[in-house]
Design a protein around this ligand. Structure first.
Ligand code: SF4
Ligand code: SF4
Length: 65
């Protein structure tokens, strides 16, 4: 059975680009795209720290297919 990969997913329309998620990610896997919303890179391991830190609760950790 393949190993399940988890990744943070941002509901970008509701992201307020505060940067709290960027500060807590240990891998530098989440960045603010042009001051608009947070974008998650392939480095993300789905640890969930950004989701816990997001004041707008717009990040969820999802299992990737
Ligand atoms: S889930 Fe973890 S590794 Fe992925 S972006 Fe959030 S803090 Fe970084
Ligand atoms: S912490 Fe939440 S609201 Fe703030 S930039 Fe990250 S995803 Fe957007």
């Amino acid at each position: 059975m393949p190993v399940q990969r988890k990744k943070a997913v941002v509901e970008k329309d509701h992201c307020v680009a505060c940067g709290c998620c960027v500060k807590v990610c240990p891998l530098g896997a989440i960045q603010i795209d042009r001051g608009r919303w947070a974008v998650v890179s392939e480095r993300c391991v789905g640890c969930g720290r950004c989701a816990n830190a997001c004041p707008a609760s717009v990040i969820s950790v999802e299992v990737q297919p």
